[in-house]
Design a protein around this ligand. Sequence first.
Ligand SMILES: O=c1[nH]cnc2c1ncn2[C@@H]1O[C@H](CO)[C@@H](O)[C@H]1O
Ligand SMILES: [Zn+2]
Length: 441
Amino acid sequence: MTPDDLDDDIFKGGMSVFLKDAKTADGRSGILIDEDGIIAAIGFKSDRKPENEADIVVEASDMIAVPGFVNTHTHAAMSLLRGYADDMHLQEWLSEKIWPLEAHLVADDVYWGTKLACMEMIRSGTVAFNDMYFFMESAAKAVDETGMKAVLSHGFIDFGDAEKREKEIRATESLVSHIKSLNNPRIKAAVGPHAPYTVSKDALKWCAGFAEEEEILLHIHLSETEQEVKDCIEANKMRPSKLLDECGCLSERTVAAHCCWLNGEECELLGKRGVSVSHNPASNMKLAVNRAMPYKELRNSGANVTLGTDGCSSNNNLDILEEVKFAALLQKFYWNSDTILPAGEALEMITSSGAKALGFGSGKIEEGQYADIVLLDRKTPCMTPLYNPVSNIIYSAGANAVNTVICNGRILMADGYIPGEEETLRKASEIAGNLVSRSEK
Ligand SMILES: O=c1[nH]cnc2c1ncn2[C@@H]1O[C@H](CO)[C@@H](O)[C@H]1O
Ligand SMILES: [Zn+2]
């Protein structure tokens, strides 16, 4: 398949797809996906010719097939704030630059910002993400149109104010009921208390109860900086993880982002509760949080360790392949260990562990699973030579090795082409300009 042969019909979904001669990690060749987006068979002998049965045949003899990647913490529409405020202290960055600009956001900004984010994520092989932001009904529309999968939460912030709390409760309930009404298996709702330092104890308890009642995820920032841990101890006489536990916020349905400043006891607690942790190395290094997430202790405790990019104003991109390399390098550098977070475990973080955290299948290429597949082009300089595909994926491949992306059996990108990308780039830059001028009036 070449870009000239591409017909926009192949991006519609609902068709069977044969990835001819695509190689899986265990050396099988060829993958057949049925009309419902399910992997029907993997590995073919030459006597069977699925190319005669499938609606779409992708010539993939130069391709390595890997599971679609999962980004477990982001604020997608912050793509509009890329490059808006850099090189600042975290608290000043949030309270002096980011929050004042966000006060001017409207629904349309979030729609186009999320679309832009989706384009960027697809380009680096991401099929699913965990998003916390505002105007999330617009984010849901964007996700639906791009064909990705997402868990969407309204960023709940009450700063201890009862009136704000009521407003945030209503916003959360209304998003959850909206997403339920979509009845789209690719889009799920979550509850999104922003962090223990921006959400009161009463509100945290409400969030935990509501997430349990609705059987949905709870997505939160936890112990990103040393200061927030100190403030929490001073105000509550306990560390943030303990506080969250007392409010009922720690369970197998919890995704906790950052987790840089956890002590050993907190790692044990998160493991015991079966929490998923999202490591965000680029954001942590850029905002100089001065400690790397204790990977080894968390993994040993049984916590599900995954990877996220955070938003585009603290990263400044959503490239999960860049992020996973940062993760492997930061862990080695900070903990002074050249063997910590080896490539195989790093790949698990962005596939099976991420999929488990968000409840989107096994994150593996297996018969009977939804086809979430990335085709990496082995004929690129960064993939050559190919002694060890896993090593290349983690340490040398970049988004430029990502050729084709498939989510639930639907082709989202083929041969580097994503339908609608040009319009999204144009609208997103226009809308970002308008947002900044509105905020400066
Ligand atoms: O690194 C971060 N730490 C804390 N808050 C953040 C970070 N990145 C983005 N947000 C903020 O989280 C809210 C989402 O609901 C937004 O206000 C966003 O700016
Ligand atoms: Zn964040």
